[in-house]
Ligand binder design. Structure first.
Ligand SMILES: *Cc1c(COP(=O)(O)O)cnc(C)c1O
Length: 424
């Protein structure tokens, strides 16, 4: 906790005046009257996104037509954006591409990792991941294990075990450990370097999912000695809805990386049109097929903003915002049945705060109806994501006050707040 937590809205405004990241707020477009606390699910729109999309559609596509694969550098876009992401995540040049979705990249990375392990120490058949992981990560590993047959299986482990006794769940039968760096529901941050050491000591490969950490906190994949990593660009990297994900592979594995989605974009000579697959050397072999160029072009704006911000300042503000939120909830909403789900310790916290309330869904719906946009996750969890580039200290204050009014006056207790849409 900060030594003296702000106790008035004026204190929060003063923090905003002193915030070195405040200038980034105007790089984003947010609707009037909205406090946006769901950047951990879909980041806000960078200024210039519409213009960039219009330029790709009208000039590059409309005028350039097929020539734009060369003249507008469409073909090299996955590698160019990958270069930005790779460096941002502590990788050296030529270690990442931006392509496909996180789910698909998980399949590619895990397939390649299992092959490498099988060559090195045959017979390992266990893929470990968190039971509390984002479901798609688990589902993709299940699909892969089933596809491979030969006794491959997925072992789900508890977060508590990973934190307190990882050696007990990562043993010599394990081929691959897929860990999500920050849990999507609880906001718990796992220690990448220490866990990677445990994984390597057991002789397994470490694949990290950075969906909820990329753009929110400093990451150094090479310093952590990670083997592979994936993540999406539409959360804290503000790439736009469904913007392509990234895949990063440590230099030492690059030429051993072999994946079953061996499409022509990963071929050594895609335009030779030969009847057999031969992987490109280097990062191009992580690619599969033609990419959505409009979406990828727009994603560049969010990545550029991320690269411009000092990530240490981003982390410091993220912790200050989440500390402030936790403290205000604790002091100003003390009478309500709210349980903090996110760890209090900074070293175990990502950039979101999750709070359980027995009527969580209705409470969040009432908040959203007022323009305070967070989201809800089963069971009972109100999720608040804090993106330091566009969230202010006053936003935190106002959110807690809105929540206080809703809880004090049971404003959530209406039928309209209890009906669920297709996406929660
Ligand atoms: C958001 C998220 C995903 C999303 O995967 P998509 O393939 O982009 O739908 C996957 N894993 C984790 C951990 C996530 O947080």
């Amino acid at each position: 906790m900060p030594a003296a937590a702000p106790s008035t809205r004026e204190d929060c405004l003063e923090l905003d005046r002193r915030d070195p990241l405040a200038r980034f707020r105007e790089e984003f477009v947010l609707p009037e009257g909205v406090v946006y606390l769901d950047g951990n699910s879909l980041g806000a729109r960078p200024k210039g996104a519409s213009e960039r999309a219009a330029q790709v559609i009208e000039q590059e596509w409309g005028e350039g037509l097929i020539r734009s694969w060369n003249t507008a550098d469409w073909f090299t876009l996955p590698a160019r954006l990958g270069e930005m992401v790779g460096r941002y995540l502590g990788g050296s040049s030529g270690t990442a591409v931006v392509t496909d979705t996180t789910s698909i990249n998980l399949f590619k990375a895990a397939s390649a990792a299992l092959r490498i392990v099988e060559e090195r120490s045959p017979g390992r058949r266990v893929i470990v991941t968190q039971r509390e992981n984002f479901p798609s990560d688990i589902y993709m590993m299940e699909g892969l294990a089933e596809q491979l047959g030969q006794g491959y299986e997925v072992r789900l482990v508890e977060d508590e075990d990973l934190v307190s006794r990882p050696e007990s769940v990562i043993d010599e039968s394990v081929a691959l450990v897929l860990l999500t760096h920050v849990n999507y529901r609880t906001g718990r941050l796992f220690e990448m370097k220490a866990l990677t050491e445990v994984i390597h000591a057991a002789g397994a490969m470490a694949l990290w999912d950075l969906c909820h950490s990329a753009g929110a906190l400093p990451i150094d994949l090479e310093a952590a000695n990670a083997d592979m990593a994936v993540g999406c660009t539409y959360k804290y990297l503000n790439g736009g809805p469904g913007s392509p994900a990234f895949i990063w592979v440590a230099e030492r594995h690059q030429d051993a990386f072999a994946q079953p989605l061996s499409g022509w974009w990963g071929h050594k000579e895609p335009f030779a049109m030969t009847p057999h697959y031969e992987p490109a050397s280097g990062i191009r072999r992580y690619l599969t097929g033609t990419q959505g160029i409009i979406s990828m072009s727009v994603a560049e704006l969010g990545l550029t903003l991320a690269a411009r911000a000092d990530i240490e300042e981003v982390r410091a503000k993220s912790l200050a915002l989440t500390d402030l939120f936790i403290e205000l909830v604790r002091t100003r909403l003390a009478d309500h049945p709210l349980t903090l789900v996110t760890p209090l310790e900074h070293e175990h916290r990502g950039s979101q705060v999750s709070i359980a309330h027995p009527e969580g869904f209705a409470v969040m719906s009432a908040l959203i109806a007022r323009g305070f946009i967070g989201d809800y996750r089963e069971p009972e969890i109100l999720r608040f994501g804090f993106t330091p580039l566009y969230t202010s200290y006053a936003d935190v204050w106002d959110t807690v006050e809105a929540l206080r009014d809703i809880l004090d006056n049971r404003l959530w207790d209406k039928d309209e707040f209890k009906t669920r849409g297709a996406v929660t």
